[in-house]
Every structure is written in structure tokens, then in C-alpha cells.
Design a protein around this ligand. Structure first.
Ligand code: FES
Length: 156
């Protein structure tokens, strides 16, 4: 934890003095560790002179912040209206079934984290998803399966 605390302090230091430093610090922590460890929140609160409740509130408000390490492959499925109208929910149900884990969870073997997003700016080409930061459109179940398999194959 102390190495983690030192790294976290370095992130805080990089933004200290900024107005509204909390969000940049939280994004910085997520970039540094891949998630935001709850154990670091008191340190962040203390360093930025905020209450723990404030910091906790912001972390839980923004769904972008992860509370635990992500899987090797991160799959974000769009569930906003335009994608819903062309089958996004079918895709979500399929992904949950194939992976054996729910939206917001990582598979037991740590391979894939499944998340939902609300619009990826790819509405005309829905259903859309982002896999490891790459945007994909006009997806069906088979296309999603092969994109995930390909992403995983690259990491084996
Ligand atoms: S609604 Fe899915 S990309 Fe916009």
C-alpha cells in the first residue's frame, strides 16, 4: 500500500493547486492504477482538504471510475436510444450469457470486463460498442463474439 500511496501522492501533486482538482486527480489515479482503490480515498480527501464523503460521492457518481481492476479486454456496449432501437439489448443479453458475467462485472478468469455506455457517437451505425478503446458498429452477436475473441487472442 505504501508504494501505492506514494504513486497516488504523485498524482495528487501533479494537480495540486488546480481549481477543481478532484476530478483530474481521480482520472489520474485511474490512469495510474487502472481503477480507483477505495483505500486511497482518505488520502485524496486529506491531500485536497475535502471531506471523505465528498470524494466518495464523486467517485460513485461518475460511472467512468472503476472500483476494481479491469479485465484484460474491456467491452463497452452502447445502450442509448439509437442503439437500443436496432438491437443493443439483444447484444447485451448475448454478451452476458456468453461471458457468464453481468454488465459492470469482469469474468471470473479476469479476461473480459463488460460495461455499458450511453452513446459512443456512432448512432448511425448501431448497435455500437467499444472494445479496448476501438469503436465498432453494426454489430450482431457473431460480430461481437469474434471481436472479443480477436482482442483476447492478441493478449494470449
Ligand atoms: S446511441 Fe449508441 S452510439 Fe449513439
Amino acid at each position: 500500500m505504501s508504494d501505492m500511496a506514494d504513486r497516488a501522492r504523485a498524482v495528487v501533486d501533479a494537480h495540486r493547486g488546480d481549481r477543481g482538482a478532484l476530478l483530474p486527480v481521480l482520472h489520474g489515479l485511474q490512469a495510474e492504477f487502472g481503477y480507483i482503490d477505495q483505500a486511497l480515498l482518505p488520502l485524496v480527501a486529506e491531500e485536497l482538504n475535502l471531506s471523505r464523503a465528498d470524494v466518495h460521492g464523486v467517485v460513485s457518481f461518475y460511472t467512468d471510475f472503476r472500483g476494481e481492476p479491469a479485465g484484460r479486454t474491456v467491452v463497452k456496449l452502447c445502450r442509448a436510444e439509437a442503439c437500443q432501437s436496432v438491437g443493443a439489448e439483444r447484444l447485451v443479453a448475448h454478451a452476458e450469457q456468453v461471458l457468464g458475467s453481468k454488465i459492470g462485472q469482469t469474468t471470473a478468469d479476469g479476461s473480459v470486463t463488460l460495461e455499458q455506455v450511453f452513446c459512443l457517437g456512432n448512432c448511425a451505425l448501431g448497435p455500437a460498442a467499444q472494445v479496448d478503446g476501438r469503436l465498432h458498429g453494426r454489430l450482431d452477436e457473431a460480430a461481437l463474439d469474434s471481436i472479443i475473441a480477436e482482442a483476447e487472442a492478441g493478449k494470449a
